[in-house]
Design a protein around this ligand. Structure first.
Ligand SMILES: NC(=O)C1=CN([C@@H]2O[C@H](COP(=O)(O)OP(=O)(O)OC[C@H]3O[C@@H](n4cnc5c(N)ncnc54)[C@H](OP(=O)(O)O)[C@@H]3O)[C@@H](O)[C@H]2O)C=CC1
Ligand SMILES: O=C1CO[C@H](CO)[C@@H](O)[C@@H]1O
Length: 323
């Protein structure tokens, strides 16, 4: 069976990675592209040789020659578009963060379950070999009893005021929603469900979102997670570290995949680079999930769990200030 995809949103991530990943996937075919701006749609579709070109999402959902829709639009569009695609009988792989709010996530899950279609969320870092190696080190006891997971990340870009990523009504928040969400998804993957979330989010002087967020999470397994994320910093490491009673494992650059492991046996460095197209394993997993009738690795429920942590963080940080 071949999964016939329609791509909704043909902006930055669609052109950098998603279209190529769908085209390269052995079970997939990229049949249709959709965005509202006609000349940019034609440029995109020419570049990737996509036969069907539409400027209306409704027309895309109505196509009978499509099995799945990849939603790569700004966050505030994810919920309504996922629900409409599901109601039209299409499987949905939606970009991260899953939606604007946890209530929206729940509506998306319900719509997909009612329509009996598969819902996945594009947290592609779950598939990184370095993250899977961290999971293995935790599971096989190499680090002793796991205690904490620490992540620091940032996007150096200073986004212009009109960019949807720094407009709360469009992106839902700043660096926490945009890049912190990826790391929170890894926290869920490695340490499981959270029990308690505390946070401080620093309001940006230029935008109506935060430009720095710090979260302290206690997990149900008793471990701690610490996340710091930033927009507009010159040199923020993309660091992920797991500390246990008998060792620690650290990657100083998550996208590069070098992992330093320190245990009683000494210190060693391993190399676990990601796939050349970071979205490729995600597309492959989702296509396989549809074909074999199993859930994808990153389900709607997991996407919602990340949104829940972010919602608590925003609530906490506005409620815990001294006046
Ligand atoms: N950029 C990246 O590196 C990554 C982005 N993502 C995620 O992918 C999603 C899309 O991000 P990105 O590709 O960067 O976004 P862009 O702003 O580059 O592209 C957005 C796309 O959505 C369409 N669109 C539809 N409605 C709107 C609207 N109301 N406002 C603006 N655009 C609209 C745009 O086309 P048109 O206006 O013509 O309809 C455009 O094709 C987000 O969820 C993001 O978090 C994920 C991983 C990486
Ligand atoms: O992984 C990513 C890289 O940076 C982008 C812009 O901040 C994010 O949206 C994206 O999720």
């Amino acid at each position: 069976m071949t999964i016939r995809w329609g791509l909704l949103g043909c902006g930055d991530i669609a052109s950098k990675r998603v279209a190529d990943a769908i085209i390269a996937d052995e079970r997939s075919e990229l049949v249709a592209a959709c965005r509202r701006t006609e000349h940019l749609l034609q440029d995109f579709a020419d570049r990737f040789n996509i036969p069907t070109r539409l400027t209306s999402a409704e027309q895309l959902f109505a196509r009978e020659d499509l099995d799945a829709i990849y939603i790569a639009t700004p966050v505030f569009r994810h919920c309504a578009q996922t629900i409409a695609a599901a109601e039209a009988g299409k499987h949905v792989l939606v970009e991260k963060p899953m939606a604007y709010s946890t209530a929206e996530c729940q509506r998306m899950i319900t719509a997909c379950s009612t329509a009996k279609v598969t819902l996945g969320v594009a947290y592609y870092r779950r598939f990184y070999p370095v993250v899977l190696r961290l999971a293995e080190l935790i599971a096989d006891g190499s680090l002793g009893r796991p205690l904490s997971i620490l992540a620091t990340t940032g996007n150096p870009k200073r986004f212009p005021t009109e960019d949807w990523r720094v407009v709360k009504a469009l992106g839902g928040g700043g660096p926490l929603m945009d890049i912190g969400s990826h790391r929170l998804d890894l926290f869920l993957q490695l340490f499981g469900r959270p029990r308690h979330v505390q946070a401080a989010c620093a309001p940006s002087p230029e935008h109506d979102t935060e430009d720095m967020a710090s979260l302290l999470i206690e997990f149900e397994n008793g471990c701690h997670g610490v996340l710091q994320c930033y927009f507009g910093t010159l040199d923020t490491p993309d660091r992920l570290e797991v500390i246990g009673t008998d060792g620690r494992a650290t990657t100083e650059d998550l996208n590069a995949g070098d992992l330093t492991i320190i245990t009683a046996d000494g210190r060693r460095t391993e190399s676990h680079p990601p796939h050349a197209n970071l979205h490729a394993p995600l597309i492959s997993d989702f296509s396989d999930a549809i074909v074999s009738g199993r859930p994808p690795i990153v389900t709607g429920e997991l996407g919602m769990a990340t949104n829940e942590m972010m919602a608590i963080a925003y609530r906490e940080s506005s409620g815990n200030r001294r006046q």
